[in-house]
Design a protein around this ligand. Structure first.
Ligand SMILES: [Zn+2]
Length: 42
C-alpha cells in the first residue's frame, strides 16, 4: 500500500479545488484547498 501512496504523490496533479474541483494555478496554500470562488463563498 505504501507504494501506492508514493505513486500517487509522484503523479500528483496540479492544485485542484477540493470543493468544486476547479484547477488552481499556484496559491491558496494559505487558504487551504479551495479555489478563490469557494474561498469567497465559504
Ligand atoms: Zn472551488
Amino acid at each position: 500500500m505504501l507504494e501506492n501512496v508514493m505513486e500517487f504523490y509522484r503523479n500528483i496533479p496540479p492544485k485542484q479545488c477540493a470543493s468544486c474541483g476547479d484547477k488552481m494555478e499556484e496559491q491558496a496554500e494559505a487558504y487551504g484547498t479551495v479555489c478563490d470562488n469557494c474561498k469567497t463563498n465559504g
